[in-house]
Ligand binder design. Sequence first.
Ligand SMILES: Nc1nc2c(ncn2[C@@H]2O[C@H](COP(=O)(O)OP(=O)(O)OP(=O)(O)O)[C@@H](O)[C@H]2O)c(=O)[nH]1
Length: 203
Amino acid sequence: MAKAYDHLFKLLLIGDSGVGKTCLIIRFAEDNFNNTYISTIGIDFKIRTVDIEGKKIKLQVWDTAGQERFKTITTAYYRGAMGIILVYDITDEKSFENIQNWMKSIKENASAGVERLLLGNKCDMEAKRKVQKEQADKLAREHGIRFFETSAKSSMNVDEAFSSLARDILLKSGGRRSGNSNKPSSTDLKTCDKKNTNKCNLG
Ligand SMILES: Nc1nc2c(ncn2[C@@H]2O[C@H](COP(=O)(O)OP(=O)(O)OP(=O)(O)O)[C@@H](O)[C@H]2O)c(=O)[nH]1
């Protein structure tokens, strides 16, 4: 039986409510965008398999609710994540200021070696920009992490951001195999995006 993937990486998106976490995941997994805002309740995930350095990397991307009232549920998922994406909205200064709090939450709840990535989303809305790129660059440097400005709406840098995080995790793991390449777990089968329906045996 052909191998479905070489590695399984679990990623998690966190950040204030409304910054575009769900839209980024939908753009990445389904190459779609919707202007309607439906706030995430609790937690959800989508899957996409990408090729990196000749390896098939299955990314299980977890979407968390940004609203404070879901914090107890969402922080419980930090521990299992190999990569955490911190998202703010370039048109919303408060969401950028809160990145410090989200960093603190990672420190308190995630595994010690977790890879982090900072994203300034909605960069298609240049006229409404409140957070300068240089501010975020500085913050990312202080924390020793990568930073991208993205747009879930225009697709700008979305694939690049996810791939760069997956690559960093791959390099860190030294190319060791993780997950079971032939038998996806029942949770793996819960959500299949369009690009992967042929790879997911939903039965
Ligand atoms: N212009 C623009 N709008 C975006 C972008 N990404 C998301 N939005 C809009 O921002 C709103 C919130 O997006 P969501 O993805 O639901 O935000 P979220 O961070 O998942 O919010 P919670 O689930 O409440 O935590 C929606 O109306 C989206 O259409 C983007 O890149 N550009």
